[in-house]
Design a binder for this molecule. Structure first.
Ligand SMILES: *[C@@H]1O[C@H](CO)[C@@H](O)[C@H](O)[C@H]1NC(C)=O
Ligand SMILES: *[C@@H]1O[C@H](CO)[C@@H](O)[C@H](O)[C@H]1NC(C)=O
Ligand SMILES: *[C@@H]1O[C@H](CO)[C@@H](O)[C@H](O)[C@H]1NC(C)=O
Ligand SMILES: *[C@@H]1O[C@H](CO)[C@@H](O)[C@H](O)[C@H]1NC(C)=O
Ligand SMILES: *[C@@H]1O[C@H](CO)[C@@H](O)[C@H](O)[C@H]1NC(C)=O
Length: 880
């Protein structure tokens, strides 16, 4: 009866809905919908997997997007999570279609009884995904992380765990308010303007030829790849595994039709790459929905809009080494012995050092024949590691390899120290140390170069405030989809490979970036990881400048080696933001308490660039609509950082939450002993490189670029990680050892061509600093050129160049900070921690100085006693 009424008039549908609600659907109709939906989804999944594998295997009809999809394929637990969500969504869609209800008006609770909804949730597997786990039965909950980080938070056990939805900091803005991406219907306006095609924006704003790339004078390429490494600890957004539309069976990469899950990227007319073929599309797959969001949200009491899934844990826990999924985590371990080791490659080694094991995925990485044009070349499968994207580039694969080796090195050393420990204890203790390493390195060394000292020091981050179980550590959608993708603009067009002298490798030359995607064979057959690691440390990062944003390796040749339509990373990023319903640029500016530019003049001020502002407005019509990723990467850098104010804010808030909301954060009470924390605090990426490769010399801070000669340190001079606090029952026997003395000041620079020697090293002697005023270090150890004024405490530059400064201060008080200032501007905030009752404030950085520039230290509390042996040193690295 309801159907008959419905055809009378659209306007009547509202009352019809009420009638249906009164009757509710029969139970058999509901069950039939569930079982039909399961079959359709299963068929689409099975077809997609078989078809993609066929293409990869035969390399016929292969698209680069197949590769991207295979990599972004949800696996194991994530696959079940995605599948459950797809079942649920599609069941409801079938019910709508069969009962003639227009999609937008669907409210399942009006239609289906609460009881039936529960049945649907149970049958599809969605109910299991939101059930609260019981943390009482989890072993070692206070000592070790669970693989999925479930129960890190005891009050909200799923917070921060893998396979949970991204957090929304601002409400989603979908085209239909619930589910459809912005731009799905390209003729619908947003804020009074049409959205430009993402490929058009990419062409107009981001395009840079490889040879126009500008290098970063201060930072190495390692800082870029370390960003990717960290991203792969924190975020992974699975796609739907289906390559064809559920409804129509359309193959997403053969058509420009927008039909779930296909959201292809349209090509503007006269595109530089596609020319007249502008009727082609770059394939794009929507991110998978999470169970109980979108149209089904209210079933679970969740927000009634589509959410995306993060298949990784939100914590800095080196999940990319160990896996965030129980099955994968088990697969990565060497369970044939009781030694706590990670599995290594059985067929190949790297000059005797371990390589990652191979994955069952054979064909995807078999690109050697094609790339080297040698059909007889021996191929190898992909590597396997804790994150599925390990093979994406050889820099990343080298990091994975090195960290797997470090785990095994630690496990072996711990076994020597504690022969009574079981393999499980060895494994968990080594894993825990690795987690500590990366929490220290990320906060102490990495973040300050990215978000700059003002923000690192500001209310958004500051020192560790203690654990708070009410802080939600979950990764925000905007962080994963926009802000933390800033480093795409700092990737060089080459993956550099260098020899023992940090010169271009004669035998294994640097490779163009598009020839290093999915090429594990380069590590197996081409000299191993050492040349690649040297290339990351010994060469500069790309500098993101407004007129040279993204080079063609990523915009025109992403995954090119696999087919005819190479992808465009910039276009993908913007399409992804629209897919996820991210609000526009100005909403985020407001969220961060920044100005909201409206006019050309205002935008020109924010961007510090009138021409760029004009182009952006021409494309978007209104500043409000600028895709947040683009707006963020276009902003000029914050002081001392490598992102603009908007992304600095989003990144800072994310890291603050994932630290404060981590019960097992390394500085939190009772996670490590005090002696263990002291050890962890001295950890360095440079020493990890020394311990796990054949490299004998590195810059002590490998993120900071130094030309060869000055600033490289021999491995034997870099302190080894002190494991003695891990000797069981041994650590506190003789009482606390007291704080370590300050390190010796760095020596004067080595000879470096024409660079004049300019250096000083001074001890404090006796002094009570005034807040914010330069601290005068009175005892001169070396001050050959008299550049440091012991009366005022100010260093003045006479020789333009890049300089290195270091300080190490001990404070009597409980709190206190020491800051390094350049021309009165804060550039470095000390790494301040407590050890055995003393507070140490240390830091070091490199700065590019012009003649007349000044540098000094200041402390934030007056009369805040620094000990007399605190020191400060500086020297030139090279002239500019
Ligand atoms: C759907 O129905 C529920 C319960 O009647 C109600 O709370 C909710 O606001 C409705 N949602 C929409 C989008 O109409
Ligand atoms: C494309 O290029 C052709 C030839 O250069 C030109 O005539 C045409 O106007 C262009 N179309 C657009 C949309 O720019
Ligand atoms: C490394 O591989 C080479 C060549 O296959 C082999 O001779 C050597 O024994 C291996 N070394 C180790 C430590 O496994
Ligand atoms: C690959 O090798 C074939 C046969 O040796 C040759 O004809 C072809 O030009 C080569 N292609 C490239 C790109 O070097
Ligand atoms: C703004 O641009 C000018 C000229 O390009 C440049 O000199 C200045 O340093 C820029 N300011 C900032 C804050 O980036």
């Amino acid at each position: 009866m309801a159907r008959v009424l419905c055809v009378l008039a659209v306007g009547l549908c509202v009352c019809v809905l009420a009638q249906v609600a009164a009757e509710t659907l029969s139970r058999s109709a509901v069950l039939r919908a569930v079982s039909d939906a399961k079959k359709i989804i299963d068929d689409a999944y099975t077809y997609s997997r078989a078809e993609t594998l066929r293409r990869v295997r035969t390399r016929k009809d292969l698209n680069p997007s197949d590769l991207l999809r295979l990599v972004k394929q949800p696996a194991r637990e994530t696959r079940s999570a995605v599948r459950a969500a797809d079942y649920l969504e599609y069941t409801l869609q079938l019910l709508q279609d069969r009962h003639h209800i227009h999609k937008r008006s669907l409210n399942a609770t009006d239609l289906i009884s609460a009881e039936d909804l529960e049945t649907i949730a149970r049958l599809t597997g969605c109910a299991a995904r939101v059930r609260q786990p019981n943390c009482k039965t989890t072993p070692h909950l206070n000592q070790y992380r669970t693989t999925t980080s479930v129960c890190n938070n005891r009050k909200f056990p799923r917070r921060g765990s893998s396979n949970t939805p991204f957090l929304r900091l601002l409400p989603a803005e979908y085209q239909d308010g619930v589910n459809l991406p912005q731009g799905w219907d390209p003729m619908l306006q947003r804020n009074g303007a049409l959205l430009p095609l993402v490929r058009l924006v990419s062409n107009r704003i981001l395009s840079t030829a490889n040879e126009d790339v500008v290098s970063d004078n201060l930072y190495t390429h390692l800082i870029t790849i370390f960003g990717q490494w960290t991203d792969h600890d924190l975020t992974f957004t699975p796609h739907s595994p289906s390559i064809r539309s559920f409804n129509s069976g359309t193959n997403c990469d053969e058509s420009c039709l927008r039909t779930e899950p296909c959201f292809p990227i349209r090509i503007p007319p006269n595109d530089t790459r596609f020319g007249r073929n502008s009727d082609e599309c770059i394939p794009f797959f929507r991110s998978a929905p999470a169970c109980g969001t979108g149209n089904t949200g209210h079933i679970f009491g969740a927000a009634n809009v589509r959410e995306q899934l993060n298949s990784l844990t939100a914590f800095l826990d080196v999940g990319q080494v160990y896996g965030a999924d129980e099955g994968l985590a088990r697969d990565l371990r060497d369970l044939t012995t009781d030694s706590g080791l990670l599995r290594v490659n059985e067929g190949f080694n790297d000059s005797g050092r371990e390589l990652l094991p191979f994955s069952p995925m054979k064909d995807m990485c078999a690109s050697r024949g094609r790339i080297t044009n040698d059909t007889n070349a021996e191929e190898v499968p992909c590597f396997i590691a804790g994150d599925e994207r390990v093979d994406e580039n050889i820099g990343l694969s080298s990091m994975h390899t090195m960290m797997m080796r470090e785990h095994n090195r630690l496990a072996r050393a711990l076994a020597k120290l504690n022969p009574q420990w079981s393999g499980e204890t060895l494994f968990q203790e080594a894993r825990k140390i690795m987690g500590g390493y990366f929490q220290v390195i990320t906060f102490r060394d990495y973040l300050r170069h990215i978000i700059g000292p003002d923000i690192l020091n500001g209310p958004e981050i500051g020192p560790f405030p203690g654990y708070d179980e009410n802080v939600d550590p979950s990764i925000s959608n905007v962080f994963a989809t926009a802000a933390f993708r800033f480093a795409h603009l700092a990737i060089q067009p080459f993956m550099f490979r260098l020899d023992e002298n940090y010169q271009d490798h004669q035998k294994w030359p640097s490779v163009l970036f598009h020839r290093n995607f999915f090429t594990p064979w380069r590590l197996v057959f081409e000299g191993g990881i050492d040349p690649v690691i040297r290339g990351l440390v010994g060469r500069q990062a790309k500098l993101n400048v407004q007129d040279h944003m993204m080079h063609d390796e990523l915009r025109e040749r992403l995954f090119e080696f696999l087919g005819h339509v190479a992808l465009d990373l910039a276009a993908l990023n913007m399409q992804r933001g629209r897919d996820h319903g991210l609000p526009g640029y100005n909403s985020w500016r407001r969220f961060c308490g920044l100005s909201k530019p409206r006019t050309l003049e205002e935008l020109a001020v924010v961007m510090n660039n009138t021409e760029l502002a004009r182009q952006l407005l021409e494309l978007y019509g209104t500043v409000d609509n600028i895709d947040v990723w683009l707006g963020g990467v276009a902003e000029p850098f914050v002081n001392g950082g490598r992102v603009g104010p908007l992304f600095a804010c989003i990144i800072a808030r994310q890291f603050q939450r994932l630290r404060q909301g981590d019960r097992l954060w390394w500085e939190n009470d009772d996670v490590f002993t005090e002696a263990q924390r002291e050890s962890l605090q001295t950890t360095s990426l440079s020493r990890i490189m020394c311990d796990n490769t054949g490299i004998t010399e590195v810059p002590e801070n490998p993120f900071e670029f130094r030309p060869r000669g000055a600033g490289y340190t021999r491995c034997e001079d870099i302190p080894a990680f002190d494991l003695s606090p891990w000797r069981a029952n041994g650590e506190d026997r003789q009482g606390h050892p007291g704080p370590p003395g300050p390190q010796g000041p760095a020596g004067p620079p080595g000879s470096n061509g024409a660079a004049a020697r300019a250096a000083f090293a001074v001890r404090l002697g006796y002094n009570f600093p005034h807040p914010g005023k330069p601290i005068a270090f009175k005892n001169v150890i070396y001050n050959g050129q008299d550049l440091y004024n012991t009366k005022t405490g100010v260093f003045t530059c006479t020789q333009p160049g890049v300089y290195q400064f270091d300080f190490h201060c001990t404070l009597y008080q409980n709190v206190g900070n020491v800051d390094l200032r350049h021309n009165d501007k804060l550039v470095l905030h000390s790494f301040t921690t407590q050890q055995s009752g003393y507070v140490t404030a240390t830091g070091g950085t490199i700065l590019q100085l012009a003649t007349g520039d000044t540098v000094y230290l200041s402390a934030n509390y007056g009369g805040n006693g620094l000990t007399a042996d605190s020191f400060f040193s500086g020297h030139i690295l090279f002239s500019v």
